[in-house]
Design a protein around this ligand. Sequence first.
Ligand code: NAP
Length: 272
Amino acid sequence: MKTLNLNENTTIPILGLGTWKLTGTECVEMVSKALEIGYRHIDTADAYGNHREISRAIKESRVPREELFITSKLWRTNMHARDVIEAGKRTLDELGIEYLDLFLIHWPNRSVPIAETLEAMNTLKEEGLVKALGVSNFTINHLKDAFETEVEITNNQIEFHPSLNQRELKDFCDSNGITVTGYSPFARGEDLDIPQLQEITESHETTVPQVILSWLMQKNIIAIPKASSEKHLQDNFASLKWELSPEELATIDAINHEPNRTVSPLWADFEY
Ligand code: NAP
């Protein structure tokens, strides 16, 4: 599978499994099935409450740790240094692993100085508990604030799909050496009915989810679709097997949809 470089220590697989809303037995089953199919990148977060279920699936799969790429995220109430260290170590304990491949700040929280949070996360990296650091839901201004610190940010995980094409933010990340992960690639299902996408499926005998994932991955955006059936897991994984033409990529880029943000909780800070 194609990977993107994060830093001298690690690369990130371009396709992963999103696990928001996967809990309990369903989570164990879906992560196990995904590993069987060939997924090696799992996206979780402290806030998803499923670290232990993911741990179980990883252990049972017997896939060697070095073949896996595990991302987790620091919750916004744990941004002070002492809490960062505690949450990072607890996350590893719950996941039953020795290190995280990528540790992200889940949401910006300007009530805590960004330097305090990032420097504490960097301590975890220096101790070998984390391979790469990143952020999520950061705007250009949040990133500029983070650049005031010396800590290397390798990834920004943001909502990205045909009806929320965050070109400007992606270009800013590109020009600053930050990879982009696109979350909610299907707009939580809402983008699956876009007519231009349906038309493209006909020339490739494929599905709309695969068209969206190919579009993201060909733009070097890491995609982390969530699925809760084997059929959907297989469908999404099959997007690795074919490519869109430059004209088709341009058609999707030109979809002129009213920006459709599907994840905007009370604490979001997108206007900054
Ligand atoms: P999503 O991946 O855009 O959409 C998931 C929906 O699409 C589910 O209803 C799923 O149905 C359906 N689906 C999946 N594959 C399909 C297929 N092949 N055909 C038809 N329908 C399909 O939504 P998401 O869960 O919001 O985003 C993905 C991941 O991004 C999350 O799980 C999480 O890891 C991450 N995320 C991060 C943040 C953040 O703040 N950093 C926020 C949101 C999400 P089934 O469940 O029935 O399969």
